[in-house]
Design a protein around this ligand. Structure first.
Ligand SMILES: *[C@@H]1O[C@H](CO)[C@@H](O)[C@H](O)[C@H]1NC(C)=O
Ligand SMILES: *[C@@H]1O[C@H](CO)[C@@H](O)[C@H](O)[C@H]1NC(C)=O
Ligand SMILES: *[C@@H]1O[C@H](CO)[C@@H](O)[C@H](O)[C@H]1NC(C)=O
Ligand SMILES: *[C@@H]1O[C@H](CO)[C@@H](O)[C@H](O)[C@H]1NC(C)=O
Ligand SMILES: *[C@@H]1O[C@H](CO)[C@@H](O)[C@H](O)[C@H]1NC(C)=O
Ligand SMILES: *[C@@H]1O[C@H](CO)[C@@H](O)[C@H](O)[C@H]1NC(C)=O
Ligand SMILES: *[C@@H]1O[C@H](CO)[C@@H](O)[C@H](O)[C@H]1NC(C)=O
Ligand SMILES: *[C@@H]1O[C@H](CO)[C@@H](O)[C@H](O)[C@H]1NC(C)=O
Ligand SMILES: *[C@@H]1O[C@H](CO)[C@@H](O)[C@H](O)[C@H]1NC(C)=O
Ligand SMILES: *[C@@H]1O[C@H](CO)[C@@H](O)[C@H](O)[C@H]1NC(C)=O
Length: 807
């Protein structure tokens, strides 16, 4: 035993000098030729972080490449390799040699031919070659930093930065390029830009800030972490990513990436008709559309049967959220001319024009106002993303009966606000002394008069959002994707989380301002489970919910343990501040009871269907069923013009799966939870949201908290707001008793028939929402219609279940 150990020690002692000798900091003319087969012979930087030497070629057995790699990482990540002008790595077999000749010229030769040598234009003449601590191979005036491959290192000066001849990076498979430090391309198809304005990348700093020309910058998610080894690489999947080396695991972690939806990268699914579908946040898969079969990996798909093209033996299969050619709608993005953009009258027009053209293999139709119609003659770069907001109608033989997996868009995306009112509510010009009411009424009148105009205003506003998204940096994602913020960015934006604007079930909300001076609300989440990727995926779904009555999410932060959401800032605050003047049962929001104007009846009536439609959108029109689970006035925010916006939607999805199964009462709020949830602890359904909304509706009308009200006015133990309201409407027929006394007392109030009808409609709708049995309650879509006055409201059953709901 001792003998064996002694022998091992002796061997080690023998080996040590050999190893030390093999790892030199310089390679000089005296060292003799370096052969690729001497795999232990490496050049290391002074600090030992980087290594250089020969590596076996990944593709051609027996051949070698000369490369610089990161030593601190066990996989020896390559950051540079000797290459030709076309960026392909040069390779040679084991008999070739690297040497420095008497004149100081470094060259890698095979027989009499030179495989590779530093560019003579760079005065590459020296007696030694070394690797410096930034990872640059230096030989005289020449350095590998001047000829990047697919990776940039911190502070690596980009050759010709700021000019039109700046950096070109190429992925190691030669498919993707970063051209002019700015545009990502696959062949001649561009698929992403570093920024929206032409601001090329200059370099990046060791702390993870990507500096762009013009003074703007992009920030890594771990910017605050102590110095880490970082690299910016154009990966072989076509994405540009910033990595940082984790000190503990010595593995790379992505801390910034240019493209968030991998499927929007051109060439992700090569070949005809192949459709890229995301698999979680960082993987993709390629599938064939119905009626097509696969031709093998990377070869695309072909039709199972051909149609004649005369338009008599084919049909169109609708594939929701699918687009081809990256959804490009301009010639710049479609150099192949695979697409023609038409302006049809409607969907049927778009379809018949395609059918009339034998070469039209599919057409795309964009919902939501602009009626874009794309005719495809070739199906390349197909991908699925809700951000396309379009469906592709694929032409297949009429007999095809394949199942179609691309479904999910039920109706066109509904974003119209304010809602159209069916009740004739003439704006009444009183001698009002209450200025706010006059303003609100005037606004309301303008809206009624100019229904069409307001739609245009909405459209303009919407395109403004797009513009805003661009200036905000959201353009790194296709429309609808959230932007990732670092903790440092949000800390700076919120002035170190100093301005609290609210506290809710999911965490504290802070007001902040982004560097472009836009106001945001930052919600610091508590009790959110799951990993970072899971969080990212859920947040992406939330960010894709577009509805004018939903608060827009701009981005998120997932740094270490921190989980934050960044929302648009809605200036007028939450509805509860307007409804409950005396702060009954307030949940302790940060606003110390500032006096708010009394909302008049018309404004209140306008808020109700807006909220209903937003929740109906969540329940019925979103890709996945999203239950709100916490509808209450605190979660209804008001814009400048009192257009309502529902907040906190989708957050129940972020809570851990275990909580969802048991569905304890953690997420609801006292007074708003449906009886089946409180008493029977049944799994929550969409009908629980309907119940909560009914309660909110009664509160909107009465201006009183459903549970605070009881103590003030009636002492009875089993007093139940819905029951009481039911009796007022259907038994006593005294609707005035329900209305907020502040409205009735206001000078502008006029108890004409229209106002009474408005209140009646709201209360009766509320009665249906508050039915004891969940199956008796209407769907949220029906509720919206009831409020709008497009369906008749029959007489409901009296709500009776009163349950003690304590915290
Ligand atoms: C390192 O230096 C020793 C001694 O000068 C030499 O024998 C060896 O070949 C050198 N190795 C490299 C990689 O240059
Ligand atoms: C490289 O080093 C390892 C041990 O570190 C040794 O087993 C191997 O034989 C060496 N290879 C060459 C080609 O010298
Ligand atoms: C190379 O050397 C020549 C003469 O010394 C000098 O004029 C030229 O600027 C040098 N080129 C580079 C790229 O350093
Ligand atoms: C390494 O070389 C590059 C290119 O010559 C230079 O920009 C960089 O400053 C050098 N780094 C160090 C640590 O010497
Ligand atoms: C880059 O090219 C554009 C147009 O091709 C030109 O307007 C601009 O001046 C050029 N910039 C530089 C720094 O050469
Ligand atoms: C490119 O890089 C990937 C991942 O590092 C590797 O799997 C692949 O073999 C490389 N391809 C070439 C051609 O070097
Ligand atoms: C990238 O920027 C160029 C120039 O501003 C623009 O023409 C092009 O459409 C942009 N490409 C993408 C994919 O956004
Ligand atoms: C649809 O999805 C199912 C299940 O994932 C799969 O078996 C089937 O092949 C898919 N159909 C098509 C046409 O891709
Ligand atoms: C459909 O037509 C193409 C081109 O005309 C042909 O190559 C292909 O074999 C045909 N496919 C079938 C299933 O008949
Ligand atoms: C689909 O059509 C094929 C023949 O075209 C037939 O054999 C098959 O049963 C059909 N499948 C269904 C589900 O109708």
């Amino acid at each position: 035993m001792a003998m064996a150990m002694a022998a091992a020690l002796f061997l080690l002692l023998l080996l040590l000098p050999a190893l030390a000798a093999a790892q030199n900091q310089t390679f000089s003319a005296n060292d003799g030729p370096w052969r690729p087969t001497e795999t232990n012979r490496t050049l290391v930087s002074k600090s030992g972080s980087f290594g250089a030497g020969f590596l076996p070629s990944p593709s051609s057995p027996g051949k070698f490449q000369f490369a610089v790699w990161v030593n601190a990482n066990p996989d020896r990540t390559v950051i540079w390799y000797a290459h030709k002008n076309n960026y392909a790595a040069v390779e040679a077999d084991g008999s070739s040699t690297l040497a420095i000749d008497a004149a100081g010229k470094l060259s890698w030769t095979a027989g009499s031919s030179v495989v590779w040598s530093p560019s003579p234009a760079m005065n590459a003449s020296a007696s030694t070659t070394s690797l410096n601590d930034s990872g640059s191979l230096v030989h005289g005036a020449w350095s590998s930093f001047g000829e990047p491959t697919n990776t940039l290192m911190p502070l690596q000066a980009i050759p010709g930065a700021g000019t039109n001849h700046s950096i070109t990076l190429q992925s190691n498979n030669s498919l993707f390029q970063l051209l002019n430090s700015y545009t990502l391309q696959h062949g001649t198809f561009m698929y992403a830009n570093i920024s929206s304005s032409v601001t090329p990348l200059l370099n990046f700093t060791p702390d993870g800030t990507l500096l762009l020309s013009g003074g703007s910058s992009l920030i890594a998610s771990d910017k605050d972490s102590p110095r880490r080894l970082r690299r910016l690489t154009l990966d072989y999947d076509g994405n540009l990513r910033l990595y940082s080396l984790q000190p503990n695991t010595r593995q790379w972690r992505v801390v910034w990436q240019l493209v968030q939806e991998l499927c929007t990268i051109r060439g992700s699914c090569p070949g005809q008709a192949s459709i890229c579908v995301p698999q979680g946040a960082d993987a993709i898969t390629c599938v064939c559309p119905p009626g097509y079969h696969s031709l093998g990996l990377g070869a695309g798909c072909a039709p199972k049967m051909n149609y004649s093209g005369r338009g008599n033996d084919d049909k169109f299969v609708r594939m929701d959220f699918v687009a081809f050619s990256g959804g490009a709608v301009t010639a710049v993005l479609d150099p192949g001319n695979y697409m023609t953009k038409l302006s049809p009258q409607n969907l049927a027009d778009c379809e018949s024009k395609c059918r009339a053209n034998a070469g039209c293999v599919a057409f795309g139709y964009k919902f939501g106002g602009d009626r874009t119609c794309l005719h495809y003659t070739s199906l390349v770069d197909g991908y699925w993303s809700p951000a396309t907001e379009m469906s592709t109608y694929l032409r297949v033989v009429a007999s095809n009966n394949d199942t179609n997996n691309f479904t999910g868009m039920t109706t066109m995306i509904d974003t119209v606000c304010p809602v159209r009112l069916a009740l004739p509510v003439p704006p009444k010009q009183g001698r009002s002394t209450i200025r706010n009411i006059a303003i609100i009424t005037a606004l309301f009148a303008v809206e009624l008069l100019a229904g069409v105009l307001s739609f245009w205003a909405f459209l303009r506003k919407y395109s403004q959002y797009r513009e805003m998204a661009r200036t905000l940096g959201l353009e790194y994602l296709p429309a609808g994707g959230p932007r990732r913020f670092s903790y440092a960015e949000l800390k700076a934006a919120t002035k170190d989380f100093s301005d609290v604007v609210g506290r809710g079930a999911y965490g504290t909300v802070y007001r902040g301002e982004l560097p472009d001076r836009r106001a945001v609300a930052v919600k610091q989440l508590q009790g959110v489970g799951g990993g970072e990727a899971e969080f990212w995926a859920e947040v992406t779904i939330i960010a894709r919910m577009h509805h004018l009555n939903l608060v827009r999410m701009w981005g998120f932060c997932a740094d270490k343990e921190q989980r934050m959401l960044v929302y648009e800032y809605v200036p007028n605050g939450s509805l509860d501040k307007y409804l409950f003047a005396h702060g009954h049962g307030g949940d302790g929001d940060g606003d110390g009871g500032r006096k708010q104007p009394v909302l008049d009846l018309h404004t209140r009536y306008r808020i109700a269907p807006g909220v209903a439609r937003a929740i109906a959108y969540l329940h019925e029109e979103c890709l996945e069923w999203v239950l709100h689970c916490d509808i209450k006035p605190e979660n209804i925010l008001l814009e400048d013009d009192f257009c309502p916006k529902v907040s906190d939607f989708g957050l129940s999805k972020l809570t851990s799966k275990k909580e969802k199964v048991t569905m304890s009462r953690i997420r609801g709020t006292r007074g708003y939870m449906a009886p089946e949830w409180v008493i029977h602890r049944e799994p929550i359904t969409a009908k629980a949201d309907v119940y909560s909304f009914g309660m909110v509706l009664l509160e909107i009308v009465s201006g009183r908290r459903n549970y605070g009200f009881r103590q003030d006015s009636v002492g009875s133990e089993d007093w139940y707001f819905p029951k009481w309201a039911f009796e007022k409407v259907y038994v006593e027929r005294r609707i005035d008793d329900i209305i907020d006394p502040r409205i009735v007392q206001a000078e502008a109030y006029d108890d004409d028939a229209a106002s009474v009808a408005t209140v009646e409609r709201m209360v009766k709708t509320a009665m249906w929402c508050l039915q004891d049995r969940a199956d008796m309650r209407p769907s949220m879509g029906k509720v919206a219609k009831m409020l709008e006055g497009t369906v008749e409201i029959t007489e409901p059953v009296k709500p009776t279940i009163f349950c003690v709901q304590d915290d």
